[in-house]
Design a protein around this ligand. Structure first.
Ligand SMILES: *[C@@H]1O[C@H](CO)[C@@H](O)[C@H](O)[C@H]1NC(C)=O
Ligand SMILES: *[C@@H]1O[C@H](CO)[C@@H](O)[C@H](O)[C@H]1NC(C)=O
Ligand SMILES: *[C@@H]1O[C@H](CO)[C@@H](O)[C@H](O)[C@H]1NC(C)=O
Ligand SMILES: *[C@@H]1O[C@H](CO)[C@@H](O)[C@H](O)[C@H]1NC(C)=O
Ligand SMILES: *[C@@H]1O[C@H](CO)[C@@H](O)[C@H](O)[C@H]1NC(C)=O
Ligand SMILES: *[C@@H]1O[C@H](CO)[C@@H](O)[C@H](O)[C@H]1NC(C)=O
Ligand SMILES: *[C@@H]1O[C@H](CO)[C@@H](O)[C@H](O)[C@H]1NC(C)=O
Length: 474
């Protein structure tokens, strides 16, 4: 998921981390715990606002917080840069139930307290937040709001525009999954791993076939008498056992998912909380081409990621710990995010279909109905329900206006995002842009000297589209 990171399937639980966050002059807005009147309580929701470049009437460039432990200060997101060029306000809003925006304080993640973590409430928070910004900034009453966010947040940005078009004038949905919700009969639902497969084949067919062989060898070893020595070869915390089916499946899953992250999060610099190493895809390919021992291919790629000092560092691979893989993307606040994957965003990114370089794994969804019932007493929505209730059907997305779907070459989320928009006939139509040499939601980061050329060009294009929307779209 790491939805971001969509891949949280095997990881049910919570891993708090002390991610370094930059200083920010946060503010607070009072919001109803339920915008629809089921309870009278209120809570404090955190936000940030910058009027450094603002001219009265300028647009509100709104970064919606993602599923993380902290709110990105608006001046650390691309919206600050866009506000600079558009004389706009740059604002960001923390997602309810995440970070410090907690309806029930420290008890917010108790299953019975999560019931107001609904998409309708998340959207209503944004609507009342935008009203608040308009009221508290002189000359902003008629300002147009453009929302941006990434990954699961990209799904939100699109949902805001599709469901509250009067409040949100436009949306930048970067790496937003909008299909691949659980248990769909459409085979394209399970394209996530096909995309990763293609990313590796594009880089090196030789390396891809060595990866495929490595997993076949691992699978054989796990069923053989030569299993215990895997502890030393992979630096496991404990010896695997032929009879520990769940642990062995999890071992394969952890080693496999590391290849997904290396592609998805292939940034040119370290991104704290997301990727502990820079250029992970190249590093993985180099290790695989150089190493001849199949098990060492898996050992060395895994430790290239987890051996690096930082939040995801581990001293040994604990394949019996169901929460182990949460370490991979420590900025995700897993507890409320699992609730979301059990309700209105039940992704299906862990299904590995036949025919890739990875071992097949035919799961229907990242969250199982049994787990969701037992833990929260809820049932994940079906893809059909989500499409209908929140206007995400292909037909409604095709006729939508002013949404940029920004997808990236290395990012498997592209496989579960929009791929069927008609060629836009006017500047106000929604459009999908697929950017080469780019990783997951990379366009939303602040510009940096290490940026790849294609990412810089994409940001220029997004800026141009915003200008045209503001000038030419009614
Ligand atoms: C962002 O703004 C805060 C004040 O709200 C400031 O302390 C911080 O240094 C700024 N960060 C950057 C990257 O400019
Ligand atoms: C909310 O407050 C009003 C007025 O005090 C009261 O009539 C109503 O019953 C309350 N609703 C709930 C759900 O507590
Ligand atoms: C596994 O990989 C790590 C990191 O590359 C390396 O230090 C270690 O020696 C490898 N284990 C074996 C048994 O070769
Ligand atoms: C695995 O299970 C089988 C059948 O129950 C048993 O005979 C065997 O001793 C077990 N092996 C280990 C290593 O526990
Ligand atoms: C591995 O995880 C299991 C299950 O969470 C735990 O009981 C065990 O102590 C862990 N082992 C190590 C070495 O951390
Ligand atoms: C995948 O391959 C296996 C083994 O060849 C086969 O039994 C299974 O039906 C295949 N699944 C799909 C969805 O094609
Ligand atoms: C898929 O749908 C079937 C039929 O509605 C249901 O029985 C099953 O539990 C669902 N599985 C998942 C993983 O959602």
């Amino acid at each position: 998921m790491a939805f971001l990171l969509l891949l949280v399937a095997t990881a049910i639980g919570t891993a708090r981390t002390q991610s370094t966050t930059s200083a920010c002059d946060y503010k607070w807005i009072t919001q109803p715990i339920d915008h629809f009147g089921d309870t009278n309580g209120t809570f404090q929701q955190r936000y940030s606002v910058f009027d450094d470049f603002y001219q009265p009437g300028g647009p509100i460039m709104f970064f919606q917080g993602e599923e993380s432990w902290y709110l990105d200060c608006a001046n650390t997101t691309i919206m600050y840069e866009y506000a600079k060029q558009l004389d706009g306000l740059a604002v960001s809003l923390e997602h309810r139930y995440f970070g410090q925006s907690l309806p029930y304080g420290q008890d917010s993640h108790a299953p019975s307290n999560m019931k107001y973590l609904t998409l309708d409430n998340v959207m209503a928070d944004a609507v009342s937040f935008i009203s608040h910004i308009k009221e508290t900034n002189e000359g902003a009453a008629e300002s147009k709001a453009i929302v941006a966010s990434g990954s699961y947040g990209g799904f939100l940005a699109a949902a805001f525009r599709l469901n509250h078009p009067d409040t949100l004038f436009g949306a930048l949905a970067s790496a937003g999954p909008i299909k691949s919700f659980s248990n769909s009969s459409d085979p394209d639902t399970y394209n996530w791993w096909r995309w990763i497969n293609r990313v590796y084949l594009d880089r090196s067919q030789e390396a891809s076939y060595k990866i495929r062989n490595a997993f076949v060898v691992l699978q054989d070893r796990l069923a053989s008498t030569d299993i215990a020595s895997l502890k030393g070869e992979l630096n496991l915390c404990s010896s695997p056992s032929v009879n520990d089916t769940a642990g062995n499946i999890q071992l394969i899953s952890i080693l496999t998912n590391t290849f997904s992250f290396a592609a998805e999060l292939n940034y040119p610099t370290v991104q704290p909380g997301r990727s502990p190493i820079a250029n992970s895809l190249d590093k993985f390919i180099d290790v695989v081409l150089e190493e001849q021992d199949p098990i060492q291919i898996l050992n060395r790629t895994f430790w290239t990621w987890f051996g690096t000092p930082g939040d995801s560092h581990a001293s040994c691979l604990n394949h019996t710990d169901p929460n182990f893989f949460n370490k991979a993307v420590p900025l995700i606040e897993t507890e409320p995010f699992h609730y979301i994957t059990c309700t209105y965003c039940p992704l299906a990114s862990s299904n590995i279909p036949n025919g890739t370089i990875f071992l097949p794994s035919p799961t229907a969804s990242d969250s199982t109905p049994q787990y969701c019932q037992q833990t929260y007493g809820v049932t994940p929505m079906s893809q059909e329900d989500i499409f209908e209730r929140y206007h995400f059907s292909p037909a409604e997305i095709r006729k939508s206006t002013r949404i940029i779907w920004s997808n990236a070459e290395y990012d498997p989320t592209s496989a579960v995002s929009v791929d069927y928009l008609p060629v836009p006939s006017d500047v106000c139509a929604s459009r999908m842009i697929l950017t080469s040499d780019m990783a997951h939601r990379e366009d939303l980061f602040m510009p940096d000297a290490s940026d790849r050329k294609t990412v810089t060009e994409l940001r220029n294009k997004e800026m141009q589209i915003f200008k045209e929307w503001l000038e030419f779209c009614p």
